[in-house]
Design a protein. Sequence first.
Lengths: 101, 295
Amino acid sequence: MPENCIYIARSSAIAARALAGEMMVMNSADSTFFTLNEVATAIFQAADGRTPLQEIVRDRICGQFDVDLAQAQADAEQFVTELSGHGILLVSNQPLASEAR
Amino acid sequence: MTTMATAQKVACVEIGGIPIALSTCDDAFLDLLRRRYDGFLSASPPEFELEFDLNRTGLASDDDVRVRREGDEWLVQRGDFHARLNPRTGRGSVRQNANPYALDSVMRILHSLIVAERGGFLLHAASAICRTPGASFGASFNGRAYLFPGVSGAGKTTMTRLAPADVTLLTDEISYVRPSADGYAAFGTPFAGELAKAGENCTAPVAALFFLEKGPENRVDELPPAEAIRRLMRNILFFAEDQDLVEKLLATACDFVARVPIRRLTFYPDARVWDLVRNFERDFERDSQEVAEHA
């Protein structure tokens, strides 16, 4: 396993609903609300705490959307950083137990 | 030892069909309660009882409100008040100064919690009932309600000021929405905005929701469901740091958008915009019928 692996898991402090390919996510800690597009939704849904982000991008993003791997990886890391800052995703360089109920 | 007990005086205030008994020992505060919620005073048996304990210090109201659950109780705190409510027993208490703005804030927040658990919500929106053609207003209003959410300056108060005389105003600021047998119903509230006038204490089924935007002409545009939910969530009054209630609220918002027509209403501020609102339901039902016939 590469040393720079990133693992992501959904926080338990959120509510989420999928609608028309988009994901609505609300953080119960501060009631902030986010709408994720299709690509972000695919990453969010794959955030099980066990699958490295690189694998998610390779299999779930580049496999489904017409996007360059390096660009997709950079975009995914930016997205993950942003959502972890809002408490939506948990990020670690070790596998995580997903908190989502 | 002698105990000095002061009699509690009670006013029952029913907003959104939920009667809450507000009790206080202070005659002046009781008078304030009665004047502020005149039109919403009720003889119904209360579902909740709130006991007010007044402090005399002027406290800052510009702190962020914090709402959290502690055991069975909701705790609501801001600089100028501290409230707790046990939804299981229906009993609670409020410590605040005799400021009407603190009182209104407490009532809005507690109602937002109570109604969220029942599948409804309070919305930062004006609302009004348009009479159904041919119907007359009696004890129960025979009409349909329209909601007009929008941020400050979007036109909520303007819409209410432009309303024709036969339109019944439910509020120019905070709308009260609850699920009903055939969809959702809107209730009048005493929570006023710039209009500084309480809404009528009545209810009607929700016909449609229009997000307001001022523009050079009057027009109605459809919104994709995801965009409608995003905008709706932005306007719902909700403060609780509580996972279960957040999940419930999001489910309610999705259900509301699935069952109620949601549109963007761009309007030029003159009375003709109300013709568009009145005609909406007729056109909506005609178009729905045509779609069904062609399916």
